[in-house]
Unconditional design. Sequence first.
Length: 421
Amino acid sequence: MAPSNEASSVSPDRDIGNVRATLASLAGELLDMSKTFEPQSGQLFSVESDIVQKARAFIAVAQGPMGFAMATTTSTIGAAVVRTLTDLGALQAIPFPGGATAQQVSQATGAQESLVERLLRNAVSVGFLTYDPRRTAYEHTHLSMPWAELHSLASDMFDFCYDSCLAPLVLLPDWLKHNNSVPSEPTGDNAGTHNPLTYRHGTEGKSVFETLAQQPETLALFGRVLKAAAILKPFVGIYPWERLADSDPQRPLFVDIGGGPGHAVAAIIAAHPKLPVSGFVLQELPNVIELAKQSLPAGVQLQSHDFFTPNPVKGAKVYHFRACLHDWSDEICVKMLKCVVPVMAQDSRLLIAECLLPADPRDDVGGLMGFQDMAMMCLGGKERTEEGFGRIVREAGLVVEQIWEGEGVGRFVVIECKVAG
């Protein structure tokens, strides 16, 4: 029996007429969009343009199951090849313009020529690099050019995504078999120490941050990416911080719990200079507090505090968790929130600033939020839907009063909560 040709077959649940009509419609839209296409650069997290999203929709209709399987596998292999070329310094060894032969790249990096050639050939086959057969030279494309420089945003983001998400996630099937009698996400008090990332590095029992601390280059990369990603999570412009004003001059206005070196505090004070600086409190671990002393305005109260212990500030206008809860399992988040609820006044509000997963996964255009959730699962945390936040908030004794949402990608929101009852 001759092998079937999947490209020409149609599954029973797909009407060929509808498929062709859909493809024709999408092709027409792509043609119209191509007439006004403008290249985009510097897009954080590779937030795709409308034309790329439309092209992916076209492929999703035209592609068959085997095609999808091979494309997904090829993409994963391509990512491993690019990461290896990065580690070898091979991409920086290719001059632009001009290119370089495999032998020249081998000499520049000290890596075996045969290995280099095989990696470069694969990078060409997926369109990352190009090849001049007359000179047997490998050349950069518009996709690979950022890798020709050290620590570009694109290369840093790729390395971070590969190291902290893709490489651990490839081991997810093994981790589930190794770590769970019943397959489940990292959960409970051990989520931060027993997860795909610590499994990959052989550091189960240590926290993610302890694991990263053993790899100075990875930790530095982590810091650079977080700094760049801050643009997706604005400090001001979403919640009406003027609400912090209060007639009681002695009342704490804003308690930033686990607020790092105080970026949120500094931004809010700068945007609302009429608010008294003395009403702002930054709570962090002692080593971070020392960093905050160098950057925050005089008058901000600095407190050494572990957010797993009862909060010492009573009756503040606002208690604030920014980009903290997604680092932790549901159970640990409830513990964190319960450390704050007892000190809240009736008019106190607890604010949770986080990205929000759409309730309908079809609304995750480009897969950005799905990627973030998988990345956080590798680290023992999770992104959440509105319902997901609602569950942990209710269990902690709070209710969601309002969700404030800004513009832009990633659905970064501020969830405003009050004491239940």
